[in-house]
Write a protein that binds this ligand. Structure first.
Ligand SMILES: *[C@@H]1O[C@H](CO)[C@@H](O)[C@H](O)[C@H]1NC(C)=O
Ligand SMILES: *[C@@H]1O[C@H](CO)[C@@H](O)[C@H](O)[C@H]1NC(C)=O
Ligand SMILES: *[C@@H]1O[C@H](CO)[C@@H](O)[C@H](O)[C@H]1NC(C)=O
Ligand SMILES: *[C@@H]1O[C@H](CO)[C@@H](O)[C@H](O)[C@H]1NC(C)=O
Ligand SMILES: *[C@@H]1O[C@H](CO)[C@@H](O)[C@H](O)[C@H]1NC(C)=O
Ligand SMILES: *[C@@H]1O[C@H](CO)[C@@H](O)[C@H](O)[C@H]1NC(C)=O
Length: 554
């Protein structure tokens, strides 16, 4: 099927060469991201050999994308050198201001891989984004013969001529102790001949304010390229979920390309249209190389009022309609993805009991109170009574969490999945042999809370059982600054009935707390799980603040 489509497109491209590239006047551009399972080489191969083998895989992918009239293609983090190669391979990269074209300028000081990829971009007249280790003289050294060098985890962008038009050095390293970072986060952007300016950041950068949020907030970028080698974490940070969430929350077109090694937790790529939702995503459970292509509607440039808080939220109306996907050869096999789990024990939570048909609750943790309205029922039609289903908890957290290599301030209001009545089972999936089960149907969920405004970000966070996310028409997400208060009221509600939901949450970051000590469970909180059982649905419906009852009963 796929090859038929490719051939069809190829012949159209030949017949209508003028339609081949997007221009500044086109309302759309065509993007591709590569979910990429690298060639890890044969025994005895050097990292340079492995790089050559992966370059040899990249070139036909670039050609295939160009045949589908793609304007820009993004490859994942680590894809050329593979995991664990540290800096055994590293190349000098020219400064974008120098407009070096490694394909035509054979005297330029770059690795052969860079030259070949530059030629591939040029031959196929397509923007190409790749990630690889960069070596550079120490910042205080003047030339290569002086001894010291530094290594960066860098992205490099070639334009349609093969010229290096951007270079970005990852700022938030996930461990990766062999790499250096720049003294300040680089706000790296590049313009294109189709009238779109892209911002660049890499993997773990998506968690932090700089450079990711600054690109949108300070520079006003509406399009982002994102090479990643992600480690998925339940219930809030699986790969596609994190990409979709950021894209929606900042209303930015987002091209995320993921390294595919599900057995070590890495999988997940997608093209997302901000508040218009995901256009195409994949999260395969077996190592997979897959070209995802979508036509992306350009967003109107943002009026940037630098330094002003929350500029992206001020009168930023959305005029766009979703653009149709083209050629999304997506399939999924979830069985093999190695998942991390968030440390949920410090959360204030409340079990949603099966008897509750409609309930309202207020739950607080530290300074954050979340209001929940939930209507749910269990659909056991055609199933025997031994069938199992997910169990859900309302959850609130206001504190500092660990991201393994850094810590960060977080404010969360969530409905999240569990496998039994204990909080310790939340964020773990059911065994596949438990698949014969009946479904929990959420007729309605409404979550709201007042989040801290300063130096913060609130994102809608959704996850379905197949590791996809809710489409944009399935929910509503609004932020409303409260005049005179240092808070923002955030509302998130479903617009449809939902089955197979794992997570439905407002996930807030509080960047001012980044770097602080991780929050621990409070001692008197350990029983809140069982206490929730004692609440009758009627009592819960009637009381304004069930949190009071919970505390009272304790
Ligand atoms: C680019 O095109 C030239 C001329 O056809 C060819 O020799 C070269 O192998 C191509 N290189 C790449 C990377 O596509
Ligand atoms: C390179 O730097 C070293 C040490 O700073 C210096 O001794 C040497 O003269 C420099 N070479 C050139 C060609 O500038
Ligand atoms: C590519 O090179 C041609 C000719 O040198 C130039 O006209 C064109 O603007 C360049 N394209 C880009 C995207 O820089
Ligand atoms: C670069 O990183 C290495 C490894 O962590 C470190 O030893 C070195 O001091 C760093 N260099 C600079 C200039 O920061
Ligand atoms: C609940 O699930 C957790 C995690 O899977 C498990 O450790 C615990 O034993 C289970 N508890 C009960 C009562 O089944
Ligand atoms: C907001 O955050 C910035 C940066 O952390 C800080 O300098 C400033 O004092 C904060 N403003 C308020 C009103 O809290």
């Amino acid at each position: 099927m796929r090859s038929v489509i490719c051939r069809l497109v190829f012949s159209i491209a030949i017949l209508q060469p003028s339609a081949q590239v997007s221009t500044p006047d086109s309302p759309t551009y065509v993007a591709a991201v590569v979910e990429y399972s690298p060639d890890t080489g044969s025994p005895g191969d050097s990292v340079a050999d492995i790089v050559s083998k992966n370059v040899a895989q990249y070139v036909p992918l670039i050609r295939r994308a160009a045949e589908q009239e793609v304007d820009i293609i993004v490859f994942p983090e680590c894809g050329l050198v593979t995991y664990g190669s540290s800096t055994k391979f590293a190349t000098p990269l020219p400064h974008p201001d120098d407009r070096v074209n490694p394909c035509t300028d054979t005297s330029s000081n770059v690795a052969e891989a860079i030259r070949t990829l530059s030629c591939a971009a040029r031959n196929h007249s397509i923007y190409v984004v790749v990630n690889l280790p960069e070596v550079h003289p120490c910042p205080d050294a003047t030339n290569w013969s002086s001894s010291g060098v530094v290594y960066y985890n860098s992205n490099v962008v070639f334009d349609r001529n093969g010229t290096v038009v951007a270079r970005y050095r990852k700022f938030n390293l996930f461990g990766e102790v062999w790499f250096n970072i720049t003294s300040e986060a680089e706000l790296s952007v590049f313009d294109t001949d189709f009238g779109v300016t892209f911002g660049i950041f890499t993997c773990f950068d998506i968690i932090f304010e700089k450079p990711a949020v600054s690109l949108a907030k300070v520079l006003g970028v509406r399009d982002v390229v994102f090479p990643t080698a992600w480690y998925s974490e339940l219930p809030f940070l699986t790969a596609v979920q994190a990409q979709a969430s950021w894209s929606y929350g900042l209303d930015v077109n987002f091209l995320g390309a993921g390294y595919s090694l599900p057995g070590e937790g890495s999988a997940g790529s997608g093209i997302y249209a901000g508040k218009e939702g995901p256009l195409v995503t994949t999260m395969p459970g077996v190592p997979t190389t897959q070209l995802l292509v979508a036509k992306v509607l350009k967003k109107t440039p943002r009026n940037t009022t630098p330094v002003l808080e929350n500029v992206w939220n001020a009168g930023d109306s959305i005029e766009a309609t979703p653009s149709p996907n083209i050629f999304s050869d997506v399939h999924r096999d979830n069985s093999g993805i190695w998942m991390m789990r968030d440390y949920l024990e410090p959360y204030e939570t409340l079990l949603l009991t099966e008897t509750e048909f409609f309930s309202t609750h207020t739950l607080c943790h530290n300074e954050l109170c979340c209001d929940f309205e939930v209507a749910m029922h269990t659909d056991n039609q055609g199933q025997n009574s031994l069938g199992k289903s997910y169990i859900y908890r309302l959850a609130v957290f206001d504190g500092i969490r660990s991201y393994t290599f850094k810590t960060g301030g977080v404010q969360v209001c969530a409905v999240m999945f569990c496998t039994n009545n204990s909080l310790s089972s939340c964020g773990y999936e059911m065994e596949t042999d438990e698949q014969e089960r009946f479904a929990t149907v959420f007729d309605y969920i409404h979550i709201s809370g007042n989040f801290r405004l300063n130096n913060s970000l609130q994102l809608p966070n959704t996850l379905l059982e197949d590791y996809k996310v809710l489409s944009a028409d399935a929910f509503e997400f609004t932020r409303e600054e409260i005049p005179g208060e240092s808070e923002v009221k955030v509302n998130m509600r479903t617009k449809k009935q939902n089955l197979n939901l794992l997570t439905f949450a407002i996930f807030g970051r509080d960047f001012s707390k980044d770097g602080g000590p991780v929050s621990q469970p409070s001692v008197d909180d350990t029983n809140h799980a069982t206490v929730a059982h004692l609440l009758s649905p009627i009592a819960t419906l009637l009381c304004m603040n069930s949190y009071f009852y919970v505390k009272f009963l304790v």
